[in-house]
Design a protein around this ligand. Structure first.
Ligand SMILES: CSC[C@@H](O)[C@@H](O)C(=O)COP(=O)(O)O
Length: 348
């Protein structure tokens, strides 16, 4: 991946700047985030998106929001922290990294010594640690998934689990970037990902910028492409993996997994351990974000149907564990049955 590729999140001199991903690939514009309402809106509108990136942005965002309160007595500062964290956490329900990152800051506040100002500095250090760790976790995922990318393979992916969705080289894309660096020749099929087109606007753009051979498909071309024999494996990211190995990811992932099963193509999920939620037993308990109907009625900025037509717009679906061939984390590849392998990641 080229060093000058735009980063999703920049923390500079105590300021939070987010790349507005809704304008990609045509415009690269950063917006400074200055209030809780703005941060909430940026996450909800998918200006920053992808599970790890949402967590990082929320952690920095909480620091931005708390800065004006550093003169408060410590107990009042902590009360404000809890209130603002709850508010930012309500911006999107499915990606567990959002609550995970905010919980890390809450826990720091519970244990750190000192007045509100020094507590604020500690929160900033924790947010920076979350960001730096995510960069390392992406690379770790890439190292463990690299053996899957053999010379000549075709890889299908869905949505964007790339650099734009993380603090590093992405999750599903991490082995692709490493394989490309090593001169391995492979081909990527990026599903367009209706309704918000993360596959066409983001994944195909970021892989193309890196010089990776990427072919864009509309979502309804996935079956035919698999049937043609062009796809050797699927790798997707995830917003939440739960204790039994069920996987929530962008709407359409479940269909790709069912197709992969039909054609005997391995279906892998790549994620950092921060996306694993052992407190949720199975996928039926994962909250699925329902988004505004207007996103389905539109194609890009074009109104594609009548505004009175009813729609469905779940932003995510849940792929049952039995359709997943392996879960790749920074610690290695977990094979089914997943419950014990996932628990072992957390020494349980
Ligand atoms: C490494 S990101 C993994 C997932 O967050 C990604 O696949 C995804 O579904 C993103 O959805 P989005 O709605 O764009 O935030």
């Amino acid at each position: 991946m080229r060093g000058d590729f735009p980063k999703a999140i920049r923390w500079e001199n105590g300021e939070l700047w987010l790349l507005d991903q809704t304008r990609l690939p045509h415009e690269v514009v950063y917006e400074q985030q200055e209030s809780a309402e703005q941060i909430h809106a940026s996450i909800h509108a998918l200006k920053v998106r992808g599970a790890p990136a949402i967590g990082i942005a929320a952690a920095y965002g909480l620091c931005v929001v708390l800065k004006p309160f550093i003169d408060l007595p410590r107990a009042d500062f902590i009360a404000e922290l809890q209130r603002q964290a709850d508010y930012i956490n309500s911006s999107r329900p499915t990606a567990v990294n959002l609550q995970w990152a905010l919980q890390r800051l809450r826990s720091v506040a519970d244990t750190a010594e000192g007045d509100s100002e020094s507590l604020w500095q500690t929160l900033v250090i924790e947010a920076q640690a979350i960001h730096a760790e995510d960069e390392a976790l992406c690379r770790g995922i890439g190292v463990h998934a690299l053996p899957l990318i053999r010379d000549g393979v075709g890889v299908m992916t869905h949505c964007n689990a790339g650099a734009l969705a993380t603090g590093g080289i992405g999750t599903a894309t991490a082995p692709l970037y490493l394989a490309h660096e090593q001169g391995i020749s492979f081909r990527v099929f990026a599903n367009e990902t209706r309704p918000l087109l993360q596959g066409s606007r983001l994944t195909s753009w970021e892989l193309h910028c890196a010089g990776i051979d990427v072919t864009l498909l509309t979502d309804n071309m996935a079956a035919q492409t698999m049937a043609s024999g062009a796809v050797d494996l699927v790798i997707v990211g995830t917003d939440r993996v739960v204790a039994n190995g069920d996987v929530a990811n962008k709407i359409g992932t479940l269909g790709v997994a069912i197709l992969a099963k039909h054609y005997g193509i391995p279906f892998y999920v790549a994620c950092p351990s921060s996306t694993i939620d052992l407190s949720t037993a199975d996928g039926t308990l994962i909250p699925i974000e329902q988004r505004d109907s207007s996103e389905v009625r539109r194609f890009g900025s074009h109104q594609a149907t009548l505004s009175e037509i009813k729609t469905l717009n779940p932003a995510f679906d849940v792929t049952p564990a039995e359709l997943v061939s392996g879960i790749i984390t920074e610690k290695g590849l977990i094979k089914p049955p997943f419950s014990s392998g996932l628990a072992a990641l957390f020494d349980r």
